[in-house]
Design a protein around this ligand. Sequence first.
Ligand SMILES: Cc1cc2nc3c(=O)[nH]c(=O)nc-3n(C[C@H](O)[C@H](O)[C@H](O)COP(=O)(O)OP(=O)(O)OC[C@H]3O[C@@H](n4cnc5c(N)ncnc54)[C@H](O)[C@@H]3O)c2cc1C
Length: 306
Amino acid sequence: MRKLLLWMARNAWLRDRLPKLWFAKRAVRRFMPGEDPENALDAAGKFRADGITSMFTRLGENITKLEAGDETAQHYLGLMDDIKARDLDGEVSVKLTQLGYDIDVERTLVHASKLAERAAQDDRTLWVDMEGSAYTEGTIAFYERLKAAHPNTGLCLQAYLRRTAADVQRLLPLDPRIRLVKGAYAEPAAIAYQTKHDVDANFVALSVSMLEGMRAGRKVRLGLGTHDVRLIEQIAEHATAMGLPKTSVEVEMLYGIRMDQQRRLAHEGYLVRDLIAYGHAWYPWYMRRLAERPANVMFALRQMIG
Ligand SMILES: Cc1cc2nc3c(=O)[nH]c(=O)nc-3n(C[C@H](O)[C@H](O)[C@H](O)COP(=O)(O)OP(=O)(O)OC[C@H]3O[C@@H](n4cnc5c(N)ncnc54)[C@H](O)[C@@H]3O)c2cc1C
């Protein structure tokens, strides 16, 4: 089922047709408050009352025209103004292929630099998502350049990739800001752990290596981008045992998933940030959410019929 859903996520024919169907639009509301940025900003305003901060992303990837990347960068600059105007603790996370990375890497760097500069004015971090393995090395090399000029930038790393332990060691000297996730794409066994047990074990090991970096004096900001509460609590226990506060890690979850846990963790003193997606180009992203938990397919079908 997971493989089928991830294949559907990549299928251009389905991508062009499925999102136009009204019942698909209805089902996607489980994971996003709406397609407009205002929907996302309003949702963030509501989370503030629960002590939950936000991260915003406009869905879209692998754009094929340079102008679309320019427009995306402009859009995010405007969004940062809106975040500031609403006095939200909100950060932005972008995909490099949404800024034009497939077409022009240098122009993508110019866009990312502008976004980082704007984020720095409000003392915020600009985050870079991690995409499929064809982009891993390029994205890390890109981040190294971006981070050298803009300390307020962060990168997503994926625990399912075997290479990530080495990538953490490579990035630690830069005082990185890292969002660690399990990984959302279909990757072969040669480069990625395949079982939940192995991915989870690597997730903990990578987190501990970054906590050790913190204890050794590196200025690491570590976001745990997972809904796996057991793992989060396990890593928080490691932090405490190492003499670090619970707040040395930040919990990052997706809008609409485990909201009860997001509120509980925030109530218990964890730093919790909710990633709110919006925009029209939600199809591949939504299919990856279904693939993460095939039980959601039944939920989606019920939404469509009911
Ligand atoms: C803030 C954030 C940013 C992310 N950014 C990226 C990125 O840049 N690149 C990337 O490859 N991946 C990214 N991901 C996705 C990530 O790689 C995983 O695919 C996703 O988080 C599901 O794995 P999990 O860690 O929640 O653990 P799992 O082991 O999949 O799930 C743990 C538990 O969480 C619950 N759960 C998990 N997913 C769902 C769901 N879809 N619906 C309902 N319940 C669910 C279930 O109860 C499950 O038992 C991001 C995730 C988050 C939270």
